[in-house]
Design a protein around this ligand. Structure first.
Ligand SMILES: Nc1ncnc2c1ncn2[C@@H]1O[C@H](COP(=O)(O)OP(=O)(O)O)[C@@H](O)[C@H]1O
Ligand SMILES: [Mg+2]
Length: 395
């Protein structure tokens, strides 16, 4: 039988009952079915509560009316102290309406004393359901924990990747840049020692010099693509403006930026997140939108930072928005979610796409306060809310 598991382990029963005779009948009913149990009878509110708190049972059996205490109050206490433990009324009489009321307020079941044969099936069912509830809760908890771990891992990977890019960008820029500058100096030295009439050699030297200049440009470009220095030196608004100008000059798509955000609302994480989302969104415009203009708004409202990027292209379809294979969109969502934010895409066929990214402003974390204390303005406690404004309408 499916009940076997419940009978094998000893179940701890708390019985709220003033009659010793009834206790004996209940014990007998349980024993007759081979249930292994340990039963403790209590008959007052104080000892009932004491047991709930000190040694919560696996099962509560309760009379409906006792001198000085009553079943409904016991039920309320049990729901409060140990909501997981099944609670079965075992009572002499119970009108149908009262019975329904007890079930509504959280009793697992009720059994009439003159029908104690019903007790065993009721106990088994109650314990099985309790076990299932516990298992489900445990599974849900494990799922939550593993989701949380994935989220942390994802966050870690993003930041490792960003640090790595920053490091490589710096090394490429500095090391290779310096090496090339060295080469160029040596070339100049060499050229100055070439005989005036060595036309062919001088021409060759000029072309090598031009090659070096091109390589320096390429290195700058690669380093900037890895991580634009402006993001770290001048901040997010400058980086957005810079990216918009790059985009416009490379694609011919007009890109207007209206950004009004107090710089106190931003931090390094937000900078990177908004910037990468912005880049990814512009890439999508280039690849998919067939747009001729893009409008960017970046502002703060209701303790949220909001980035809106609208294009006037073909309009993204719901099928693409909700497609699990839209990995680019998924990455954007994930980046925003890591900072507690969310992203919405709206597409109108033939009229364009609007992407809205909303991320909560960072709460005034101790770290932020700490760095504020180094701020020259903090000495006289003036509020520091300089608004950075970017308005780009260049063509
Ligand atoms: N601005 C846009 N305008 C029209 N369609 C878009 C736009 N952005 C995204 N899409 C659609 O959404 C799909 C999913 O985008 P994404 O996840 O970034 O994948 P990918 O860019 O690699 O195709 C794209 O293939 C495209 O069909
Ligand atoms: Mg994409």
């Amino acid at each position: 039988m499916s009940h076997c598991a419940a009978v094998n382990t000893e179940i701890r029963v708390l019985l709220l009952e003033d009659s010793k005779i009834d206790e004996r009948l209940i014990r007998h009913a349980l024993q007759s079915e081979g249930v292994s149990f340990h039963l403790k009878r209590v008959d007052s509110r104080a000892s009932f509560l004491n047991h709930l708190e000190k040694s919560p049972p696996d099962l509560i059996l309760s009379d409906f009316s006792l001198p000085g205490f009553n079943g409904m109050s016991a039920l309320a206490l049990a729901r409060e102290k140990c909501p997981e433990v099944p609670f079965i009324f075992v009572t002499g009489t119970l009108g149908e309406e009262v019975a329904i009321e007890t079930l509504k307020t959280g009793a697992t079941d009720y059994v009439l004393k003159h029908r104690l044969s019903r007790l065993i099936p009721s106990v088994h069912r109650a314990l099985r359901e309790a076990r299932e509830r516990t298992n489900r809760k445990r599974a849900e908890q494990q799922l939550r924990e593993s989701n949380e771990q994935l989220r942390l891992l994802s966050m870690h990977l993003q930041s490792v990747r960003e640090e790595e890019r920053t490091r490589i960008a710096r090394e490429v820029h500095d090391e290779l840049g310096q090496a090339l500058t060295g080469l160029k100096l040596q070339l100049t030295w060499l050229t100055s020692r070439l005989p005036k009439n060595a036309t062919v050699l001088r021409q060759k030297a000029r072309s090598i010099s031009a090659n070096i200049d091109e390589t320096v440009q390429a290195i700058r470009r690669i380093a900037t693509e890895l991580r634009p220095g402006v993001l770290d030196t001048a901040g997010l608004l400058a980086a957005i403006e810079w990216q918009a100008q790059q985009f416009q000059s490379q694609t011919g798509i007009v890109c207007r930026v209206h950004a009004v955000v107090p710089d106190s609302s931003l931090n390094a994480e937000l900078n990177t997140t908004f910037f990468r989302i912005f880049q990814e969104t512009l890439t999508n415009v280039i690849r998919h939108a067939k747009a001729s203009a893009v409008e960017v708004n970046f502002f703060e409202v209701n303790d949220h930072l909001v980035l809106e990027v609208s294009d006037n292209g073909i309009g993204i379809s719901p099928a693409h928005i909700y497609n699990r294979k839209s990995l680019g969109l998924l990455g954007i969502r994930e980046r925003a979610a890591l900072l507690g934010g969310e992203v919405r895409w709206e597409g109108k066929p033939g009229q364009g796409t609007k992407v809205t990214v909303r991320i909560p402003c960072p709460t005034n974390a101790p770290a932020a306060k700490h760095s504020d204390s180094h701020d020259e303005n903090s000495a006289d406690r003036r509020p520091r809310r300089r608004a950075a404004r970017v308005e780009t309408h260049s063509r």
